[in-house]
Write a protein that binds this ligand. Structure first.
Ligand SMILES: [Zn+2]
Length: 381
């Protein structure tokens, strides 16, 4: 099982496999019984071959900056040259290629933070922070996608997965928790990753048949924030009450200057506000305002703080402003209709989202009527 994960990662990385074959080596070496154990030995800091240091760049933690000690390589059945070729070289091209072949896109956000996208258009984003301490994930998509997600993670780092943060209890955000925790912590002596989420996430997962106990958060919090230091930066997880659900969090990587927003921000689609799960439109707007409070735009250009949405493209502050405006305008329109005594059916018939539908009523998005109904029922509460 352990070695299968490594082999799966390599299978999804055809360039690595080709490099292996060119040296007369095979995947069997990576499937050796002690291969997983070899991955777990501590990094001794030596670079192989001497001078193997990737160019200084804005991609710290990427494989090119990480070298495996000779003993670890030997136990993996790999040669230093292979290792060098695998880990250095045209990193971005390789990332793009591996991502394309696994169906999962790999993109550097900035600093130590990457985003994995797809394979499907409606699949959620996985935020990955990598460095010498290990790997941190924000959200895990589904168990079925876990091998492909893991293959993509292994193009960024060979370190164990130490932390998983869940931004909500939605199944496409927590579904891969257990599978990725297993794949990312070989040998078992490394120990399971800490799975962090607001306590309401754990509460909602209890009794969900498709989510095993091992996938539940084991490090939940009930305070407004939880913070810790990992890979050289502060990571702050903040609960956003009664927004999309009652257990949403955003994750702020302070030095990398990246926010992972989960389903509180989904550009190009209406917010999925789930009243039955404790969500509400005012909490959703408050959460967007909190994100805007944290973001700082770069002067005269795009960039500054980046925001990774739960689904959709990478964004910056201007995108969040636009989204916040949309949600606020629709809320105000619905509020106005309620004041005039309109029923839910009358509010829907008035089409308060009409000028936004071209941009937001897309496949995978809540339908305009679904969004309007959630707003209506939030305001009627
Ligand atoms: Zn989602």
């Amino acid at each position: 099982m352990r070695t299968r994960g490594i082999v799966a990662a390599l299978l999804a990385a055809p360039i690595a496999v080709a490099a292996l074959a060119a040296r007369g080596e095979s995947l069997a070496a990576f499937g050796a019984p002690d291969a997983a154990a070899a991955l777990g030995t501590p990094f001794d800091g030596r670079c192989i071959p001497a001078g193997c240091v990737a160019s200084p760049s804005n991609t710290p933690g990427i494989l090119g900056r990480r070298a495996l000690p000779a003993g670890r390589l030997a136990r993996l059945g790999a040669t230093p040259d292979f290792h060098h070729e695998l880990l250095a070289g045209a990193q971005q091209n390789r990332l793009a290629q591996v991502g394309a072949d696994a169906g999962v896109g790999v993109r550097l956000v900035q600093g130590k933070v990457y985003v994995l996208t797809g394979p499907g258009d409606n699949d959620g984003n996985v935020t990955v922070q990598v460095g010498t301490d290990g790997v941190l994930l924000v959200d895990t998509q589904t168990a079925e996608l876990a091998p492909r997600i893991f293959a993509a993670i292994r193009t960024l780092s060979l370190e164990p997965i130490r932390w998983i943060v869940n931004t909500s209890a939605r199944l496409d955000h927590v579904g891969g928790n257990d599978a990725l925790a297993r794949l990312g912590t070989t040998p078992a002596s490394i120990g399971r990753p800490r799975i962090v989420a607001h306590e309401n996430v754990g509460r909602r997962l209890v009794g969900v048949p498709s989510v095993s106990r091992d996938a539940w958060p084991n490090d939940d919090f009930f305070t407004p924030d939880k913070d810790f230091f990992f890979n050289g930066e502060a990571v702050v997880v903040s609960h956003m009450p009664a927004a999309a659900t009652d257990g949403d969090s955003i994750v702020f990587f302070r030095r990398s200057d990246v926010i992972s927003a989960g389903d509180l921000f989904t550009p190009g689609r209406y917010p999925a506000i789930d009243l039955a799960a404790g969500g509400g439109v005012q909490g959703a707007i408050d959460a967007l305002n909190t994100i805007l409070h944290l973001t700082v735009p770069a002067k005269y250009q795009e960039g500054g703080t980046y925001v990774v949405p739960g689904h959709g493209r990478l964004c910056d502050e201007a995108d969040v402003v636009e989204y916040r405006e949309m949600v606020t305008v629709v809320r105000d329109r619905v509020q106005d209709l309620i004041r005039k005594g309109s029923t839910l059916e009358q509010v829907k018939a008035a089409r308060p989202t009409r000028d936004y539908d071209a941009e937001y009523a897309k496949p995978g998005s809540p339908l305009p009527d679904t969004f309007v109904e959630a707003v209506f029922r939030s305001l009627k509460k």
